[in-house]
Ligand binder design. Structure first.
Ligand code: KIV
Length: 276
């Protein structure tokens, strides 16, 4: 059947079918997410805190993101794979941004890249324009952009001034300019529902919300939050499983079995060939 393409996404969008995206950071989880039927898998730089043990996304490197993306590509068959460009891998120059974005497609096998953009972020709009001109599909990302957390002063929900505020105007304008620059979809993160609705109505590409409420064209969540893996999730998210408990119980049972001599048994032991 082949992977989901931009044309498939567009068809769903035109038919008013909600789009689905989840993150994944490795092959086994990527495989299960893919088999679950999502349209897109984002190999997010949220791997920083959810997969690689960093405090946040800032330390994540190109090499780590390429490695994570290649693992997810190897484990999957159907979903479109979006590689998240990490902090500092774009912006210094258009040339370096093109080189780094190309590596996601050439070396990791991604289908597209995602770049965060600040409100009125001229630099990234210009880069997105160049990438799409060169045939690199780009997913935009506006609102609470974690790579700018230090600049924003924390995980501050964007657009609280109201949907008619000057700030909301600026977000809408930025979304429209990203659309002109050729993005195929736009992640809206941590934005009030009313502002997300305004942006969704203003652009003719699918908006994918996370903490952006109901009036967007699709949803994305972080897989570890969905699976209950690695501690507390966020209120914007929804937890569908409790893998922390499942894994903790499995490990405790293993330790108890080994300590009590219940594992291994003769069934888990190898015999010489002639004894089989
Ligand atoms: O890195 C990530 O997981 C993301 C999503 C939260 C959209 O950017």
């Amino acid at each position: 059947m082949g992977r989901t393409t931009i044309r498939d996404l567009e068809r769903k969008y035109r038919d008013d079918e909600p789009l689905t995206m989840l993150t994944a950071y490795d092959a086994p989880i990527g495989k299960l997410v893919d088999e679950g039927g999502v349209d897109m898998i984002l190999v997010g730089d949220s791997a920083g805190h959810n997969h690689m043990g960093y405090e946040d996304t800032i330390p994540v490197t190109m090499d780590e993101q390429l490695s994570n993306t290649a693992s997810v590509v190897r484990g999957t068959e159907d979903a479109m794979i979006v590689g998240d460009m990490p902090f500092g891998s774009y912006g210094a120059s258009v040339e370096e941004s093109v080189e780094n974005a190309s590596r996601f497609l050439q070396e990791a096998g991604a289908d597209a890249v995602k770049l965060e953009t600040a409100p009125a972020g001229e630099t990234t709009i210009e880069i997105v324009d160049r990438l799409t001109e060169l045939g690199i599909p780009v997913q935009g990302h506006l609102g609470l952009t974690p790579q700018r957390m230090n600049e924003l002063g924390g995980a501050v929900i964007q657009g609280r001034e109201g949907p008619d505020s000057a700030f909301a105007d600026e977000l809408v304008d930025t979304a429209e300019r990203l659309e002109e620059a050729g993005i195929f979809s736009l992640v809206l993160e941590g934005v009030t529902e009313a502002v997300a609705k305004r942006i969704t109505e203003a652009v003719d590409v699918p908006t994918i919300g996370i903490g952006a409420g109901r009036y967007v064209d699709g949803q994305v969540l972080v897989i570890t939050d969905v699976l209950g893996l690695g501690g507390e999730g966020y209120s914007l998210s929804k937890q569908y499983a409790d893998l922390d408990s499942v894994i903790r119980e499995a490990v405790e049972s293993y330790v108890a079995d080994v300590e009590s001599g219940t594992f291994p048994t003769s069934e888990n032991a190898y015999e010489p060939i002639d004894a089989e």
